[in-house]
Design a protein around this ligand. Sequence first.
Ligand code: AR6
Length: 175
Amino acid sequence: MKKTIQNIEIEVSRGDIANQPGIEAVINAANAQLATGGGVAGAIHRAAGPQLYEECKSLAPIAPGEAVITGAHNLPNKFVIHCLGPVYGRDKPEDKLLENCYKNALKRAEEKNLKSVAFPSISTGAFGYPIKEATKISFNTILAEIPKLKHLQKLKFVLFSEADLEIYETMLAEM
Ligand code: AR6
């Protein structure tokens, strides 16, 4: 499903964040050490190859809400933007920290003059953030940031499950 808001194309689709050809940067739902792990981080590091972690080492650790950018190595993209989402119920205020992830990821992309990025649903897997609350935060943050974007033309959200996709589609339709 696609929608254009103030000349920015917003797409939500089901898929694997580690297989997004045609998108300049993919966002990693990282851990503080920027190492491989489960879920998104595991898929991204496996597909990118060991040089990704070699590059990440000197940038770690990062704090919740922060985002750093690296090359994409064997991924079909130019860059990976690594965000550390809040652990739900531990890192406070979790809504603000999650908002910072999306804001800072967009900032890193704009600094490199990128035209397209793809986000997974940050914090809603191992970190336990309820998907509906997290989706609201991601869309509200994106909406607030859209007027400031100078280079980005396409923002994609890649969901892993049909249920998550439905939530994103419903909220995008309401936007
Ligand atoms: N492509 C797109 N989405 C995916 C993929 C994939 N390949 N794999 C899982 N998801 P998570 P978090 C979905 O746990 O909650 C890691 O172990 C998943 O279903 O990847 O921010 C790190 O090392 C869920 O909806 O990220 C960290 O320690 C969403 O992506 C920790 O997990 C996020 O799930 C980060 O936890």
